[in-house]
Design a protein around this ligand. Structure first.
Ligand SMILES: *Cc1c(COP(=O)(O)O)cnc(C)c1O
Length: 453
């Protein structure tokens, strides 16, 4: 078809502006409300990051440009590689992967390549705790490994007895999230790491949620071999509709040669440096075209520079403080059950949408009613029901004030009262938002991506 006859819609600028502005207002977002979506770390995205990403020298670069003409961009990427290695206690980083799950896939391919390079070809099993994010087993399976699930114990830690019984010389490694998705720090993490290493396996850390650890604990020093970061969680680059993401991988010397390339190398002293692309000796290859999501690198770089070492530590301290404040108030007011409430939580707190005196109420009902009070719901049904029935994973992040946390608790208190006296209010919620309760199964099966306005 000739381009002149393409059926392009004829709409005026004001109609387009109104359409998109109206759509944006229908969405709940971190710019309009607290968004305590556990594990997803929906923190405020500072606007200075956006200013930096829009600087013409960054925004107008072409990915095929010769490195000699993009030295500033390479210098920024080099610094980001170095800082991410420093923050996690590792020696090398690739910032190429485009998301957390792709970072996982990258790290697992590196683990496989490491074993293969040593002629150890029988390591085909990946051990994954049952509290893991769903992407962990998916990435392992995609990399051709057999997934073996390890149960959690009653304190929310990896069950050590099962781990010991499962380790053997066919284990590629263990993939673990710490703090785990119950918001708990693994109490035996060093023992877990030592056991896996003794069996010849490697330890993968899912670092999507580094928000509890910045400046406090380093996975590399704990003994992990490789992690991925989610820049779009921990380092405040926008996600959830505002993406794209970025999932850098950091590792120790054992795995550094296998990183995807190219990565940026500095030649010469800091003062007279120039920067060039280098592909590691036994690289698993490219994970993505060009150099990853560079706009996200600029935003994360800006976030780290603005905060500095003390600022990053304060981020984690306040994220953990906020989550514990929410946990303490839920416990004090006896609002919802807290499966691990006797322990301090890390950056998120796991509660249950079960209310005494309101047997029909589910986590989903509580979440939908929270929308009427102007809050984005917490994460529902993750951790999985077999670990925590009716889970509500609440991650306030460090960017919410105490007043906002009190308003959230107050909304929860009112919802618990309503559940006992007018349960249908919750059952039919939400009432005050753009869309009523959706049939999620139908929405997924009969996907309609456009509508007539
Ligand atoms: C978000 C998340 C991931 C996946 O990250 P994506 O960027 O969505 O692919 C993996 N693990 C954990 C623990 C997460 O919270």
């Amino acid at each position: 078809m000739a381009r002149t006859v393409l059926p392009m819609p004829e709409v005026s600028q004001i109609d387009v502006t109104r359409h998109f502005t109206r759509l944006s207002q229908r969405n709940m977002s971190i710019d309009t409300t607290m968004y305590p979506l556990g594990s997803c770390t929906m923190k405020y995205n500072p606007r200075v990051n956006e200013d930096a990403a829009r600087l013409p020298g960054f925004a107008m670069l072409h990915p095929l440009q010769d490195a000699a003409t993009a030295q500033g961009a390479l210098a920024l990427m080099y610094s980001l590689q170095e800082w991410l290695a420093e923050i996690s206690g590792f020696t090398a980083t690739s910032i190429q992967p485009a998301a957390g799950a792709q970072g996982e896939f990258t790290g697992i391919l590196m683990m496989r390549a490491y074993h293969a390079a040593r002629g150890d070809h029988k390591r085909t099993r990946m051990l994954i705790p049952d509290s893991a994010h769903g992407t962990n087993p998916a990435s392992s399976a995609m990399a051709g490994l057999t997934v073996v699930e390890i149960p959690s114990d009653s304190r929310g830690n990896v069950d050590l007895a099962t781990l010991k019984a499962t380790l053997s010389d066919d284990v590629c490694g263990l993939m673990i999230t710490n703090p785990n998705t119950l918001g708990m720090f693994e109490e035996h993490i060093q023992e877990v790491v030592a056991l896996v290493h003794a069996a010849g396996g490697l330890v993968y850390g899912d670092g999507a949620n580094m928000n509890a650890l910045l400046g406090i604990a380093k996975p590399g020093e704990i003994g992990f071999d490789v992690i991925h970061y989610n820049l779009h969680k921990t380092f405040s680059t926008p996600h959830g509709g505002g993406g794209p993401g970025s999932g850098p991988v950091a590792c120790n010397d054992k795995l550094a040669d296998f990183l995807p390339g190219p990565i940026v190398e500095r030649i010469g002293s800091e003062k007279e440096a120039h920067y060039a692309w280098k592909t590691p000796a036994h690289s698993i290859g490219r994970m993505r075209a060009f150099h990853g999501n560079f706009g996200m690198h600029v935003r994360a770089y800006t976030y780290i520079r603005v905060h500095g070492e003390d600022g990053l530590r304060a981020v984690s301290q306040n994220a953990v403080l906020n989550a514990n404040y929410v946990q303490a108030r839920i416990r004090q007011m006896n609002l919802l059950p807290l499966p691990n409430g006797e322990r301090f939580c890390m950056h998120e707190v796991c509660a249950q949408g079960k209310i005494d005196g309101a047997p029909s109420i589910t986590a989903l009902d509580v979440s939908k009613r929270l929308m009427d009070y102007g809050f984005h719901p917490p994460t529902n049904y993750f951790p999985l029901p077999k670990i925590v029935p009716e889970s509500l994973l609440i991650e306030p992040t460090e960017t919410e004030s105490m007043q906002m946390l009190d308003r959230f608790i107050d909304a929860l208190r009112q919802i618990v009262d309503e559940a006992r006296t007018q349960p249908e209010l919750l059952k039919n919620a939400p009432h005050n938002v753009e869309m009523r309760r959706l049939d999620e199964v139908k929405a997924a099966r009969e996907l309609v991506l456009c509508c007539v306005i």
